[in-house]
Design a protein around this ligand. Sequence first.
Ligand SMILES: *Cc1c(COP(=O)(O)O)cnc(C)c1O
Length: 467
Amino acid sequence: MNKLLQTDLLELDSLLEKVKKQGVDYLHTIDDRSTSSNENIPDVLALNTKGIGARETLQLFNERFEPILVSSGGPRFWGYVIGGSTPASIMGDWLATIYDQNPQAINGQGDISANIELETIKLILDLFELPESFVGGFVTGATMSNFTCLAVARQWIGKTYGKDFAKEGITEKINILTASPHSSAIKSLALLGIGSNTIIKVKTIEGNREAIAIDDLEAQIKKLNGQPFILISSAGTVNSVDFDNFTAIKSLKEKYNFWWHTDAAFGGFAACSNTYKHFLKDWDYSDSITLDCHKWLNVPYESAVFLVKEEHKLLQTESFQNSNAPYLGDPLENFNYFNFLPENSRRLKALPAWFSLRAYGKEGYATIVENSIDLAMYFGSKIEKSADFKLLVPVRLNNIVFNLKSNQNQDKIDTFLTQLNATGKVFMTPTFYNNEKGIRASFVNWRTTKKDVDLVFDEINRIISLI
Ligand SMILES: *Cc1c(COP(=O)(O)O)cnc(C)c1O
């Protein structure tokens, strides 16, 4: 054994203790850490021939990289849609690393940690009040979840033509209908060889909405003259957090032949709250659903879930099994994840989610979700009443899109955002809404409090008075 490895093994206790202490210090001071980097990016160093051992490597990391890390898991990182990590999820994440399992099969003599993943999927279905007719698993993010679900949809389309696209490639046109898809769904279509230009854009409901207009959807369906298609619907668009009318889509599904995919990456979490679950009524009739866990479930990256109706298990296996041989029998007997998703070897990604779901339960998640929404509404009402800012869309759930009020100031918005983010006290991202530039603030972190909102509101007023 290499000498340095030998020493590190002997000192494992004190090495991990050091990391734990550093981690706890970081997490205890995350409120005060900057939300933006000072851009002092260190030069790239070549690999050393002789190692320096774990202790010195930690020191090197602390000198070179630790200072450029921003508090992206902190209470005022409101850019994109970013969660944090609950204490229990960090425990699960550490243990996923330590036990270093490779969850695939649920029985047999080797690694059967896939059972933990299956149980976690059961907890997810319970949390979202979804039926057990979904088969699910963990992938790295909602992008990969959209990809996984749309891959099965692609295979379904092939079957309607009597073709096996997984084997033969795509030989027929795949019609995609959607109104306000997330950019990652478009990326998935590109990856799947369906092509992103082939989308048939359905109108949205009039009057500052991003939800699909059901009458136009039906008109577009009729134009297809009975050809099969994939509908990508939204449970929470990224700007205005709008929801398609799932009850109406359910009725269309009784009349027409299509695959219904719902991207519920973060909007699906409304189902955790009795107050907001009405947004998701009948979403469970979807053929497939995307949920992001590293957003509102507040577990570390990389964690998202795909859910595909069990009735499609053969299509899913045809899409993902390693050999291209015809699948004999029931893929759920001797279930193996590597026949159900893109990756083969994987981390036990489910463990952080399992820890957090068990630790905080339905009530804990209802509180996280409702607290985020309350704070978004609170911030939204402050913006609405302010002299300098305006909302671009009424607050529906947990995201705010706002702009500067006076029209002649529109060009100032970039300067304003750059200066605001440079304070390091809050981070927000630029966006476009209704062809207007805007700023988005997203509330998804369990740590955020009213105090944070007040602090940020003072800060935006201070910055606007300077420019
Ligand atoms: C964030 C998001 C995605 C992509 O998620 P990643 O985890 O970044 O891959 C997809 N759809 C929606 C609606 C999202 O908000």
